[in-house]
Ligand binder design. Structure first.
Ligand code: PLP
Length: 363
């Protein structure tokens, strides 16, 4: 770690690969021999077009997807997708069917409910979202327009470890907090979206990776910018795109490729997660994980300490050890360590060592 930096465990905006930040810094004033910064260049300029196309191609390549899928760059955060998805695809006859596995999954459902086109396929609310509903717990409505999942629940620290069989109903997933963190059979999904500010770049762009056939189906009655078909037809360039964010996402995708792709990300992410979960599991109950073991996230590790006073002390002392952003979300309390792709293994080890030391000093 560089002397003036910390290990950043914030849930998002989150840590980015240092190499990527340095690369962007080096070319900040004169991007691609244009004599302009990427912040200043026209989105119609050929130098920008190269960035746009390469980012799309690298993302699709990493995901192993072909020409039947398109990558869109949208704005308004993943939260806007919660609304535009039901607007584009759901109706009273063909509702959106939602798996409620945490707070963002529930927010997505609420938008569909507001429009009168949402229903619940499963929920783990009764168990405080400690677990991911299993295949047997899902009620698949064959008339549904889609089944919507939140693949990684950033706040509760749970993650899907299987791809549900939706019996032919299109499968939609919010992957905001685990996008490109591991290989998956992405071809089983019809529509994937992710706010990029966790694993992939700065806040300001949302990736949509979806079947072209589906994206083309937006109702013509929707305002232009709310239709996915507009983004599809205009290659996400109908209006001014967030060029800097897309440029950074492109750099992160290229970085993932250079590291060896999603299989290497998964290997590293599992290793980091096991170091931190081990510190919880070997603490004689001092640390209590929020998630059930079989639903644990590789991205966000959530845990509590014996009391809130100790939790405050933990956060303060962690910072003295250059471990930043470990405070949990207010709805779960306790701690949350976000260990996305760019968190180095050494960061997870530093956190686990600090946890051991803190436990010994405070039990
Ligand atoms: N979905 C998930 C899984 C998230 O973690 C978040 C943000 O933390 C969101 C959606 C909301 O994203 P945005 O802030 O981009 O609207």
């Amino acid at each position: 770690m560089e002397a003036d930096r910390v290990y950043n465990f914030n849930p998002g905006p989150a840590t980015l690969p240092l190499e990527v930040l340095k690369e962007a810094q080096a070319e900040f004033l004169n991007f691609n021999h244009s004599g302009m910064s990427i912040l200043e260049i026209s989105h119609r300029a050929p130098q920008y077009d190269e960035v746009h196309q390469k980012a799309k191609a690298d993302i699709k390549e990493l995901m192993g997807l072909g020409d039947d899928y398109e990558v869109l760059f949208c704005q308004g955060g993943a939260s806007t997708q919660f609304a535009t998805i039901p607007l584009n695809f759901a109706s009273k006859e063909h509702p959106g069917s939602y798996v409620l596995s945490g707070s963002f999954a529930t927010k997505a459902y609420k938008e569909a409910e507001l429009l009168g086109v949402g229903e619940i396929a499963a929920s783990s609310k009764e168990v405080d979202f400690r677990h991911i509903p299993t295949q047997d717990e899902l009620t698949i409505n064959p008339n549904a327009a889609y089944v919507h999942l939140c693949y990684n629940n950033t706040i509760y620290g749970t993650e899907f470890h299987y791809i549900p069989d939706t019996k032919g109903v299109p499968l939609f997933a919010d992957m905001s907090s685990d996008m490109l963190s591991r290989p998956l059979d992405f071809g089983k999904f019809d529509f994937i979206y992710a706010g990029v500010q966790k694993n992939l770049g700065p806040a300001g762009v949302v990736l949509v990776v979806a079947k072209k056939e589906l994206l083309a189906k937006s109702p013509e009655t929707l305002p232009t910018m709310f239709r996915y078909s507009t983004f599809l037809k205009k290659d996400s360039l109908y209006n001014t795109p967030p060029a800097f964010c897309i440029y950074m996402v492109g750099k992160v995708a290229a970085w993932i490729k250079a590291q060896g792709g999603l299989a290497v990300m998964e290997q590293r992410n599992r290793k980091k997660a096991s170091v931190v979960y081990d510190a919880i599991d070997h603490s004689d109950g001092f640390y209590r994980g929020h998630a059930d073991k079989d639903s644990r996230s590789f991205m966000n590790v959530t845990f509590r300490l014996p009391n809130e006073e100790l939790e405050k002390k933990f956060v303060a002392e962690a910072l003295e050890h250059q471990l930043s952003g470990v405070k949990g979300h207010r709805s779960v309390g306790g701690m949350r360590a976000s260990i996305y792709n760019a968190m180095p293994y050494e960061g997870a080890v530093a956190l686990a060592e600090f946890m051991d030391q803190f436990r010994k000093e405070n039990r």
